[in-house]
Design a protein around this ligand. Sequence first.
Ligand code: ZN
Length: 347
Amino acid sequence: MMGDKYEKNCDMIKDTILEVQKQFKEALAKVQEALALEEIKNTFLGRKGKVAGLFSMMGEVPAEEKKDLGQLLNKLKIELQSDFDAKVSEFTSSTSKKEWVDYTLPGYSMPKGSRHPLTQAVDDMLSIFQRLGFDIAYGPEVETDWFNFESLNFPPNHPARDMQDTFYTEGGGILRTHTSPVQTRYMSKHEPPVRIVAPGRVFRNEAISARSYCLFHQIEGLYIDTDITFADLKGTIELFCRMYYGKDVKIKFRTSYFPFTEPSAEIDVSCFLCGGKGCRVCKNTGWLEIMGCGMVDPNVMKAVNYDPEKYTGYAFGLGVERMVMMRLGINDIRTLFENDVEFLKQF
Ligand SMILES: [Zn+2]
């Protein structure tokens, strides 16, 4: 008799498991709002819920059945709990968000984009030159030999024409090696007076390292009119440097050579980091080289049919990367081209 009773208990528990499972699924399917979940939790999964009730009946089953029944019950408990959790997350991911907004929480800040440091520097410099009366001119990045070299008085054997230093396109074009061709392009289409600055990318076939890259940015300046002298050039450059680096900056002109200017000079400014005392950035000289300049060579005037007896002018060119690196203390030029957002965020 005892065995029969146990048998009955076992069957009854198995039936109840199925029944509880069914009831639970039905109840869960009917739930419309998060609050109703609480009741289901109490009814089925609570300490005095139906699942707990089934576990308490385990005392009434024969030892040999305990293992199987126990496994069935554990399975039921896990299944119900996971169905329940899934339902809860349905509510927290959709409807309950509306119900549970905490208006006192600080809002999410939207990440703000910013201009690339090179773009910022070019914009800053151009706006200074615009205030000094310069127009902005642009030229193509793929140039002809004539504009890139010949019109600028480069002799045929000049090393810059070497395949080692310059990128040539298949059609015989040249990736411009400087922004200077914009000078002769502009002059060949406009009569003097000409007063322009020309920003843009230039290309050199160089091994990529911390110090050099295959492309960089230049800003070219050109002023042609009657009676332009070296003093005008000095005045303009000094004004630019004061506006860009601050009024205390000192400027030094050193004689130099470029094919398209005569006389030519390179311009140093007093190191803005150490004020001229000497530091790592200026290599302890107190000076930083920022640009090349000079009076436009008569041969360049002739190339664009300007009368060198009537007109004179000056030109200058500066490397934007160099100025940005010095100013921001960047010691690897590659970081300016890698577009690493974490790096760029700083500026
Ligand atoms: Zn210094």
